[in-house]
Design a protein around this ligand. Structure first.
Ligand code: KIV
Ligand code: ZN
Length: 537
């Protein structure tokens, strides 16, 4: 084995997705999984199968959709969890069961009410049970960084002995420092006699903002699998950010002489896709993928950059897939040029999708003189997910001014029927959203609203991100248009469709999981269940 190779274990769809505001539907999870495969992650943790029939179904669908990546499903160290995990991944080309049990006295005493001996035995027997089902088993010692080191080493040894191919040492609560992490991983590497028979992994949370530094310290001490998420999304303050780990390794080969399978040029696209699916904006100053990450405002910096980009740039935007040159299309551009540009931007779309997007492009080009790459990306990413009950915008008229109450008349389509309502409000956005609410007859509150320009010019597309709530949950949506009221209505409808989707019981959808798995109601109070977000947020 290449001793310098780092395996990237992405848990965006499990640890990431369980964070408030990041839940995705089946179709969105598959789109994200395919992008993670294109990014070149080695292992993709697709979900926590026992949590619900929906979770099991999505892990199963992802297992069938991808080829070149190992698909993992999480399971507590319980037979029923492991059975559900196996059922969800067994159709994958490379399946993995990821089972976990806490090893810290705090968790053993207060959460699991188990002695160290009982937990040791449970870890051993459950790894062995999983290994009899699946050739690839990962065992995680939850809260490893707050566990007694001698005991931790014994559990790691027993897990490897029972057949674990990977043993993960998580900093579950983000408490460790890089020095702690280095010492813990180093001790396991030196003291566990059979450690050479498995890969040691690190999985760090970001409560003190140290998740990436801790992961890198663990790698320097001998860990060879890094667990992380796109944009660092995850429980509480999140997980270690995939793009930061990847680019630290690529940029600082002197400190981190390791290799990975990642195509870093796919990083930006992965982050954008996550943001467009979840409707959560990327922080402008987010390292690697934020809109300011490669922007140079100050005159001194700009001067230096012009003389030699190395003066202020430690990595190129292109190395993470951020485009600096932009081809301009306009209303006279034909479908061929349009399609070619989409391919150059890295999109592999079906003929139907290209045809539909070309229509949208033509509408946009009528309103906007030049259509830039960023506009095209916004159009592609705005693809609305299929939904059982889809409300679409037909037309709207608003009447607004600084000396009057705003009025909006909105017409929506559902199937081939049209519905129209008029509503007033203190502003045009408020009036339009009230009209939508009257049509759909499902009250909701606007929890968050943001508007930003996609490109720099006056005729820029406006991108609106909204978060709405109906008392049962929070739902996000995104809309883009040169008209900010239209973008607002579109974003609201994306959120509304998601809200209505979730308030309808899921259709059978091919998985007969409920017949075979006894889903666990306790999971509602466990950290894995995204339904909990509705009450936590
Ligand atoms: O943070 C953690 O400990 C986890 C484990 C379940 C791997 O997510
Ligand atoms: Zn975690």
């Amino acid at each position: 084995m290449d001793t310098k190779r780092i395996f990237i274990f992405d848990t965006t769809l499990r640890d990431g997705e369980q964070a408030p505001g990041y839940s995705m539907n089946l179709d969105e999870k598959i789109r994200m999984a395919l992008q993670l495969e294109a990014l070149g992650v080695d292992i993709l943790e697709a979900g926590f199968a026992i949590a619900s029939p929906g979770d099991l179904a999505s892990v199963q669908a992802i297992s069938r959709a991808v080829n070149d990546v190992t698909v993992a499903s999480l399971a507590r160290a319980l037979q029923k969890d492991i059975d559900a995990a196996w059922l969800s991944v067994k159709d994958a080309r490379h399946p993995r069961i990821h089972t976990f049990l806490a090893t810290s006295d705090l968790h053993l005493q207060y959460k699991l009410k188990m002695s160290r001996e009982q937990a040791f035995e449970k870890a051993r027997t459950m790894v062995s049970y999983a290994r009899n089902l699946c050739p690839d088993v990962e065992f995680s010692c939850e809260d490893a960084t707050r566990s007694d080191l001698d005991y931790l080493c014994k559990v790691v040894e027993a897990a490897i002995d029972a057949g674990a191919n990977v043993v993960n040492l998580p900093d579950t609560v983000g408490y460790a420092t890089p020095d702690d992490m280095h010492k813990m991983v180093g001790s396991v590497m030196n003291r566990v006699p059979n450690v050479d028979k498995a890969i040691i992994a690190v999985h760090c949370h970001n409560d003190l903002g140290l998740a990436v530094a801790n992961s890198l310290a663990g790698i320097q001490a001998g860990a060879r699998q890094a667990e992380c998420t796109v944009c660092g999304i995850g429980e509480r303050a999140g997980n270690a950010s995939l793009e930061e780990i990847a680019m630290a390794i690529r940029t600082r080969g002197d400190e981190f002489p390791y290799t990975s399978n990642l195509k870093t040029e796919e990083i930006y696209r992965s982050a954008r896709l996550l943001s467009s699916i979840t409707g959560v904006k990327i922080n402008p100053s987010k390292a690697i993928v934020g809109s300011n990450a490669f922007a140079h405002e100050s005159g001194i910096h700009q001067h230096g950059m012009m003389a030699n980009s190395l003066t202020y740039e430690i990595m190129t935007p292109e190395s993470v897939g951020v485009m600096t040159t932009s081809l301009v299309l306009g209303k006279h551009s034909g479908q061929h040029a349009f399609e070619k540009r989409l391919i150059d931007l890295g999109y592999a779309l079906s003929k139907e999708e290209v045809d539909r997007l070309f229509g949208e492009f033509k509408n946009l080009a009528d309103r906007k003189k030049t259509v830039m790459d960023k506009d095209l990306i916004a159009l592609v990413e705005n693809t609305n997910k299929p939904s059982a009950i889809t409300w679409e915008l037909d037309s709207f008229v608003v009447n607004s001014g600084n000396m009057m109450t705003s009025t909006a008349c909105v017409t929506l389509k559902k199937g081939d029927k049209k519905y129209q309502e008029v509503a007033c409000g203190t502003g045009p956005v408020y009036a339009s959203l009230r009209a939508v609410e009257k049509i759909i007859r499902h009250p909701f509150g606007l929890e968050d609203y943001s508007l930003q320009a996609v490109t720099e010019h006056r005729d820029a597309l406006g991108e609106v991100l909204v978060k709405i709530s109906d008392g049962n949950g929070f739902y996000r949506g995104r809309g883009v248009s040169t008209d900010v009221i239209e973008a607002s209505i579109l974003s609201c409808l994306a959120a509304v469709n998601r809200m209505l989707d979730e308030s309808v019981p899921p259709a059978g959808g091919g998985v007969k999981a409920t017949e075979m798995v006894n889903f666990d109601n306790d999971m509602l109070s466990d950290h894995s269940d995204k339904r909990k977000e509705q009450f936590d947020e």
